[in-house]
Design a protein around this ligand. Sequence first.
Ligand code: KIV
Ligand code: ZN
Length: 515
Amino acid sequence: MSDRLIIFDTTLRDGEQSPGASMTKDEKVRIAKGLERMRVDVIEAGFPIASPGDFEAVQAVARAIKDSTVCGLARALDKDIERAGEALKDANSGRIHTFIATSPIHMKMKLRMEPDQVVEQAVKAVKLARKFTDNVEFSPEDAGRSEPDFLCRVLEAVIEAGAGTLNIPDTVGYNLPAQFGALIHTLRERIPNSDKAVFSVHCHNDLGLAVANSLSAVMNGARQVECTINGLGERAGNAALEEIVMAVKTRRDVFNCNVDHLDTTQIMANSRLVSGITGFAVQPNKAIVGANAFAHESGIHQDGVLKSRETYEIMRAQDVGWSTNRMVLGKHSGRNAFRTRLQELGVEFATEEELNDTFARFKELADKKHEIYDDDLQALVTESSQEAANERVRLVALRVCSETGERPNADLTLWVDGEELSATAGGGGPVDASFRAIESIINSECELQLYSVNNITSGTDAQGEVTVRLEKGGRIANGQGADTDIVIASAKAYINALNKMMGDSSRPHPQTGKL
Ligand code: KIV
Ligand code: ZN
């Protein structure tokens, strides 16, 4: 059995199934490049049949990535597999991941199929996928609630049909660590041709056990883990990549496999990139990537760490990239230095105009803020790409008056579909007044579901990064904005969410079975 643990990242596919976390094609390519820099083995880029946008994103990732395998998801249906095969045509190394549900409840209620039909369809799907690539993964969806006997039957048949990876999903996050580990052990023991395939796991976090279940599976012979940056994903999310990787690295005394091929110092950059693009902030006490993950508050801990780091730290902050947020540029930096640093961060500009526009923003920021860090640059690029993609509304000017004892007031001008429109509004605070002014022009009828502010770097001149979540008729859109002035950052975030809401980014869900 291989001692390398294959890391399969599904941030761009399952992660994108988090309500409001949809990403543009360019954003997906940026994240994929970040994952490639970390040397992730497999990047699941999307579900090509879902929409033309999903297809193009998988195709763009397949073309941009050279060192990682790029994977596309497909139900066990001819049209899905053909579409995935087409999207992956130009990949250096491509994989088709096909799935069908195997639990009694899913087969009866969702698929309305008999178990025999499910086996037949799974085998047919794998055989068709093999016509496009030698690298085929099969998942029995809801394996965590499937009958082990039936799982053995399906999995034996798909290995025979040519699946090289068998992924066992705990789709609804129902399993417990000992039970899930035992399931992997049983499958490997009982399936006669199990040695011909790599066993993989894909755990959801509904009971907060996704990482524990995945690690228990690894202890029982799984050699691929499917996970996402920051644990993003459907409902309560997927197993967090950074936690899986650092657990295996830190406790190599108990795992008989390793993640030595990964560059773990890229973890923080990827975490920030994903949270910046999706607007899903990382909680401060989140393991590995939370702001407090390596911070010591109590005097006793601080004293111990100063005497010897190992007294209270089991990992080194720099091993996950905490100290690599370098101050790189300032007011006097030129276009070349700017372009070069962004290239090092994996950002390529499609046109000179895009570079010029982002450089102009950089200069504006450098006037307000002395030291520009990598995270500031990432926020600038995120903002530029979002504006380029959604240009129906833009902020032209905002003046806010906030004074003790007076009701705050906002004077605002927006560019809406080519026309400049102005409004004035009062509010409970300067942010509230700005949002009211925007709404008096747009009348979106959206409900504000979430408003959060994070500082991108430290210091009082740091940029505030604001996330706004809007809801309308069951649709959700997250918007982000960054600025040294948090009222302006807030207005930008609100406008970004409105733009997303107005654009048609709706897409079907891969697991409902309806397209
Ligand atoms: O959770 C799940 O079952 C999935 C499959 C498509 C692998 O995401
Ligand atoms: Zn999933």
